[in-house]
Write a new protein. Structure first.
Lengths: 219, 219
């Protein structure tokens, strides 16, 4: 016979499963406590015994999405073993294209990752922030080959900046309203942009770590 | 004594003004028909005599935001009259930084531009799409200097892609949860990314117009 801790854990999983179904099929706005409780076979009040607030439940689903994305990106790196700037550029392009494929294939739950804001200005929990960082870190290995002279901090920040640039092209590209392109053209645009950044990498050397300055005088 | 057309137009403006105040102070989610009607001195039903749906009213506010942004970007180009690739790269960096400044200074209404989705899968009206295109077109002039060999279609699409990349760095950079950086560091990251793209521009030559292919065999 299951003890109370088991029952609690089973209910917790049922709630996350139900929230995941709703978020991945209908998006964040469709998530309602009443429907969740019905799907998981508990009362609305019980949800708040298991999760401190709905944000926590949403982050548990976000964490699953991040894990899926992490797996999709981890699969694409370094078909070759070459340790050259070209191999690094190829890896960055592969990562960017894998990000686009993931977003296109899971667009509803992927959007929910970015639409969600914590209520009442609560901070994101540390475990979730760490999971995000692990995702960005996938771009750090090719950056180490591409710009070996950057220090660890600068490389970490640059990885996030490149992720953001790729995210922007993917996000606005998949919003038909802004940039209406067939997926194959979007792939070309994204790959060319990442290749240009890699080819122009000398310009990225001026990036310092957090709090640093690039007091380079230009022209 | 004002005639009916004048009264209608005055009410229309009061409604847009009221919606603009709400959206720029509290964001899209705070917009409620009842509060709008109260602020404009009309009934809720009257709103739907003036605007076909709330989306139309939201787009009128979006149009004002786009016009502000357009003005902010138009002010920064071509301090110099040099017609060189370096001058073009400088202009692209200036545009990107002006976009960042605008977003940071008007973050609530700027976010609303991207959060808004038309309900019931209505298409965006053509006048709004044209206004967006005019905004992207600001990047086309420097691109003409940077990559004179691109045809008009390819340049137009590339301008939107670069806008998207810049938007991504700005949007995730201003979301503290993802990339928590002081604004000065975010400026450096953004400028370095745009300079890298400009320096690696040879990679962008492979971009074709809509429906085109870049069947370039790489390595």
């Amino acid at each position: 016979m299951p003890n109370q801790a088991d029952r609690y854990e089973a209910l917790r999983l049922r709630l996350i499963d139900a929230a995941e179904r709703t978020i991945s099929e209908s998006g964040l706005a469709a998530l309602k406590a009443r429907a969740l409780a019905r799907a998981a076979g508990c009362s609305v009040g019980t949800i708040y015994n298991v999760f401190e607030h709905l944000d926590e439940l949403i982050l548990c689903v976000g964490s699953r999405t991040l894990a899926m994305l992490d797996g999709a990106l981890a699969g694409v790196q370094s078909a070759s073993r070459r340790r050259s700037a070209e191999a690094a550029a190829d890896d960055l392009v592969r990562l960017a294209l894998a990000y686009l494929e993931f977003a296109a294939a899971h667009i509803v739950r992927w959007r929910a990752l970015f639409e969600h804001r914590m209520s009442e200005a609560r901070p994101l929990p540390e475990w979730y922030v760490q999971q995000q960082h692990a995702l960005f870190a996938q771009a750090e290995r090719p950056l180490l080959l591409l710009l070996p002279e950057l220090d660890t901090d600068a490389r970490r920040i640059l990885a996030r900046t490149l992720f953001s640039a790729v995210h922007g092209v993917v996000a606005l590209g998949l919003e038909e309203k802004l940039v209406s392109l067939p997926l194959s053209d979007l792939r070309n645009q994204l790959a060319a942009t990442v290749r240009a950044i890699a080819a122009g990498r000398a310009e990225l050397r001026s990036i310092d770590g957090v709090g640093g300055r690039t007091d380079r005088q230009r022209r």
